[in-house]
Write a protein that binds this ligand. Structure first.
Ligand code: F1X
Ligand code: MG
Ligand code: MN
Length: 480
């Protein structure tokens, strides 16, 4: 199979790859969770046909898990009418109908979620059912302290923009630029680290651990964890576009996870609009439940509804609370007004068409983004209209760079291939590292991190890049 990149991709046959660990340890856990979720839903179902279909979905998930754990071949997808089915099945053949432990990690993982989706799409009563919905909700619920902290931070910022009485407004030109940049950087770091709360990886983190990851003090401590930092260059691009006086200035966010990460994506979106660094934000979700926590359009409306009904959401004991005999603390007056104010701000930006949700089947295909100019030319053209396309999270980064075993000092621009220089797309990756691939590091940095405790040492595994604790913020100006 002709790889997207000449450099071979991470492979599940490579025991030093996180792809091997994912196939052996993580995917079976994710499938078991899906089986449990459907099982619970079936016990609550009354309609006999829905119960029947639920049972056959469970056996479809169990068969998939069995094939995986016994290293069988990836079977052709059943045609559920999706435009991408033929592409997936062609690619299976081109790759020689590979087995689970002898296949490119990226393709196998995309195939896994696409195969799960066919089970629900081919049913009558379970179409569009999201097996990850409950996990998305409970992780968002456990992010309550950071949600409340950010709601009040965001509302203060909105006040300042609306009343024009902020440090920025009063400063002289020199300090103003500095004050504007530090606000830009603060909002981007909030957005970046929101990606660390990743369900599919943190299956064993406690809620307390998750909350520690999200607070403002942890963001301070994480400054030196950002290994590549192109925030200044990204800010300069948006400032230049604003100064040029072009009326329509669009920023796109290719989304990653639902819940807290989508919340911080909206914090960044609202900031970019209110600071007038952008006049329109286009959000790109997935069409099907994807990589456990990724955003589907329903997650967007769910998030706004949860914030609107925050009192009920946070004060009604969840299953987990009941099991732990915990009565959730009531929201204070200020906390609920903060969330109402936030809801008002975001829903009006959405109602005014300043925030747009634009799904596309391309985001859930099996290949890397190297293919976009060839296989999704309309989407490629659309992204060329944007001043800046922000790709959130680890999977997007893996797809931008072909998930290939680059030397870590390979320039980001080179690893982007057709989406790099001359692509007409200005790419900014905001990514916490949760996979093998990393590029754009200074020479020697990878070796230094491998040598750290738990970094992988001379095992050949780039373990330090699997934990979500390190981040890269990489810009490639494809419009220059
Ligand atoms: O894109 P996200 O949500 O940041 O992370 C998704 C992801 O990191 O989860 C797995 C953990 O390694 C990987 O297969 C995949 O890249
Ligand atoms: Mg993520
Ligand atoms: Mn994700």
């Amino acid at each position: 199979m002709e790889y997207d990149t000449k450099t071979p991709p991470s492979h599940t046959s490579d025991k030093t790859s996180f792809g091997f660990i994912s196939a052996r340890d993580r995917w079976p856990v994710i499938l078991t969770g899906a089986i449990d979720d459907v099982h619970k839903a079936v016990t609550n179902a009354t309609e006999p046909q829905k119960v029947e279909e639920g049972k056959s979905i469970i056996s479809g998930l169990a068969a998939l898990k069995y094939e995986m754990q016994h290293d069988r071949q990836l079977l052709p997808l059943k045609d559920d009418g999706g435009p991408d089915i033929a592409g997936y099945n062609q690619e299976l053949e081109l790759r020689g109908n590979p087995k689970w432990f002898d296949v490119a990690w990226l393709f196998a993982e995309c195939y896994l979620y696409r195969r799960m989706a066919t089970l629900f799409n081919l049913s009558k009563h379970w179409k569009g059912y999201d097996v990850f919905f409950k996990q998305k909700q409970s992780t968002f619920r456990s992010s309550r302290p950071a949600v409340l902290e950010l709601a009040s931070r965001y509302n203060d910022m909105t006040q300042q923009f609306q009343s024009q009485d902020s440090a920025i407004a009063h400063a002289n030109d020199e300090d103003r630029e500095q004050a504007e940049y530090s606000l830009f950087r603060e909002m981007c770091e909030i957005c970046l680290w929101g990606n660390a709360t990743d369900l599919s990886l943190l299956t064993n983190l406690s809620y307390e651990d998750i909350q520690k990851l999200q607070g403002s003090e942890s963001r301070k401590a994480n400054e030196e964890k950002i290994l590549v930092n192109d925030f200044p260059a990204a800010f300069a691009c948006l400032k230049k576009a604003k100064k040029s006086g072009t009326t329509e200035r669009r920023v796109d966010i290719v989304l990653d996870n639902a819940g807290f990460e989508l919340f911080v994506d909206l914090v960044l979106a609202g900031y970019l609009l209110q600071s007038e660094l952008a006049t329109q934000i286009v959000l790109h979700p997935k069409n099907i439940p994807w990589f456990v926590s990724d955003v589907i359009p329903k997650d967007f409306s769910d998030l706004l509804n949860v914030i609107h009904g925050a009192k009920a959401f946070y004060e009604t004991p969840s299953e987990d609370d009941k099991a732990r005999r915990v009565t959730p603390q009531a929201l204070s007056e200020k906390e609920s007004t903060d969330l109402q104010e936030l809801f008002g701000n975001w829903s009006s930006l959405y109602a005014e068409g300043k925030i747009i949700v634009r799904p596309n089947a391309f985001w859930t295909e099996g290949g890397s983004y190297w293919r976009m100019p060839k296989t999704a030319p309309k989407l490629h053209e659309d992204l060329q209209q944007s001043e800046l396309v922000i790709f959130k999270g680890d999977l997007n980064y893996r797809k931008l760079t072909g998930d290939a075993m680059w030397d870590a000092s390979t320039p980001f621009t080179e690893a982007l291939g057709p989406m790099g220089p001359g692509s007409g797309v200005r790419v900014l990756a905001l990514r916490t590292c949760k996979a093998d691939v990393v590029v754009g590091l200074p020479k020697g940095k990878d070796e230094e991190l491998r040598a750290m405790d738990g970094g992988g040492g001379d095992s050949g595994a780039r373990k330090w890049a699997w934990s979500g604790k390190w981040a890269v913020v990489s810009l490639c100006d494809g419009k220059a």
